[in-house]
Design a protein around this ligand. Structure first.
Ligand code: AMP
Length: 190
């Protein structure tokens, strides 16, 4: 059976992490979140974590080579996976191209890119709400949140065209109850 490799896409606060949890359980996939991996590096006070922290605290992207290296390691550690959910990766064209190269080498291409769509003011409301309980410093300051959304708009949103050209882009309404949104994702996966 061919593997199910899903890119779960969307701006910060769109619900990628929450929805990933439902999808990994339903389809038995391995969750690859570069944000989670970076926060683990920060917690471990590794060299990589120290370098990434400054950029993350400012709401900027960390360098492509850093996140690509982390994804490569994780994929190699899960060679027998039924598939992956990529959450928060790729975020630039260079990352998307490298991911395609890695997957092409194994003949296990991306199945679909599911893009959760949520209006900006709703994102800010959700992120500030999350910041009150998550302990994530990048969720607690509106100017950092707006920076992250700006990074998304300029560097990440163009990936919709990249995946559209491959016939893999699917827009998903990201507003509604958690169950409704999961239902839309499951329907899109088919
Ligand atoms: P997230 O948990 O996905 O919202 O990511 C939190 C922060 O980690 C982002 O604001 C970026 O600074 C950094 N980050 C996570 N994933 C990536 C990525 N694929 N490329 C560059 N930076 C990333």
């Amino acid at each position: 059976m061919s593997k199910l490799n899903i890119v779960l896409f969307g701006p910060p606060g769109a619900g990628k992490g929450t929805q990933s949890n439902f999808l990994i359980e339903r389809y038995g996939l391995v969750h690859l979140s570069t944000g989670d991996l970076l926060r683990a590096e920060i917690k471990a006070e590794s060299q990589l974590g120290l370098q990434a922290k400054e950029l993350m605290d400012a709401g900027q992207l960390v360098p492509d080579a850093v996140v690509i290296g982390m994804i490569r390691n994780k994929m190699e550690a899960h060679l027998d996976a039924k598939g992956f959910i990529f959450d928060g990766f790729p975020r630039t064209k260079a990352q998307a191209e490298t991911l395609d190269e890695m997957l092409d080498a194994k003949s296990e291409p991306i199945t679909a890119m599911l893009a959760l769509e949520v209006p900006e003011e709703e994102l800010i409301k959700r992120l500030l709400g999350r910041g009150a309980t998550s302990g994530r410093s990048d969720d607690q300051d509106e100017s950092i949140i707006r920076n992250r959304i700006r990074e998304y708009t300029t560097k990440t949103a163009p990936l919709k065209d990249y995946y559209s050209a491959q016939g893999k882009f699917k827009a998903i309404n990201g507003v509604g109850s958690l169950e409704e949104i999961t239902g839309r994702l499951v329907e899109a996966i088919g």
